[in-house]
Ligand binder design. Structure first.
Ligand SMILES: [Zn+2]
Length: 280
């Protein structure tokens, strides 16, 4: 069971529709960039906020031999966090950018879901994959590294991301509970050791993310009941088809509540903290 039914609010509320904001989080090589691109492709109103240069982006470029060497030369934990002040400024600039721009946006960030207020109007999606599956993806980009080296890169990058978040903000993103319940949808490749069908897994994850986005939009824009119901039933169908890919889903995305307002979405965690968590 993924979720439990959300109680309905009894008081109607009026709030100006904020622009959609999709926040994609999750570890290196979990698929954030490809999902962001596919979502922007499907929902033309969305604009992609250029991410800080992530490991996967860097590995796709020309500098990867040096980059790989730096990740393999020492053990995880050898390096102190490099520039927490720079990380803080980067995150603050992103938050300000999201606040002052009125357009619909998609952003990739490991730490942003934990910096947003608990009552926010974003759609937070966490992408997941096991370290071994993520290591295989790195190997696909850099075939010269062995599987063991790719695993070491994943370990180091995960560790460095956690250290940076702790140094910049005092946030422990390795802690299991909070990052999960801050995500409205947690989806990813369900395979443990090796993904037998990367394209199929990406397609399933993208379909789920698109489906969730359609329902989320109904909350922001106050679509008619019929439009909301259609989106919600379509998304429920996707959840049923791809249930192995889903670790957590906000009850509001599949709830039977007749209201779908901005205020209800903003305060969704009031309904959701008891939602059942899955395995991802
Ligand atoms: Zn897979």
């Amino acid at each position: 069971m993924l979720t439990q039914d959300a109680p309905c609010s009894t008081s109607p509320s009026i709030e100006t529709a904020p622009p959609p904001l999709v926040v994609l989080c999750g570890p290196t090589a979990a698929g954030k960039t490809i999902v962001a691109k596919e979502l922007v492709e499907a929902a033309r109103e969305l604009e992609l906020v250029p991410p800080a240069k992530g490991l996967m982006t860097a590995l796709s470029g020309d500098q990867w031999p040096d980059l790989v060497r730096t990740w393999l030369n020492s053990e995880p934990g050898d390096d102190p966090p490099k520039r927490p002040d720079v990380d803080r400024r980067t995150d603050l600039a992103l938050l300000r950018d999201l606040e002052i721009h009125s357009g619909a946006r998609v952003v990739e960030s490991a730490v942003l879901p934990m910096l947003l207020p608990a009552a926010n109007t974003a759609l937070v999606i966490r992408l997941t994959a096991t370290p071994m599956v993520r290591a295989r993806r790195i190997q696909d980009l850099v075939p010269e590294v062995t599987f063991q080296q790719a695993c070491a890169i994943v370990d180091r990058k995960d560790f460095a991301t956690c250290v940076a978040a702790r140094a910049a903000w005092g946030i422990d993103i390795a802690e299991r509970s909070a990052p999960r319940w801050r995500a409205d949808l947690s989806v990813g490749c369900p395979h443990e050791f090796e993904c037998p069908d990367e394209n199929g897994c990406v397609d399933a994850v993208v379909a789920l993310v698109r489906g969730a986005y359609a329902v989320y939009q109904c909350f922001l824009t106050g679509e008619t009941f019929r439009e909301w119901e259609q989106s919600m039933l379509h998304f429920k169908g996707l959840l049923s088809t791809h249930q192995l890919f889903v670790g957590r889903c906000s009850p509001l995305l599949i709830g039977s509540c007749r209201e779908h307002t901005v205020a209800q979405w903003r305060h969704r965690l009031l309904f959701e903290l008891d939602a059942t968590e899955g395995l991802l």
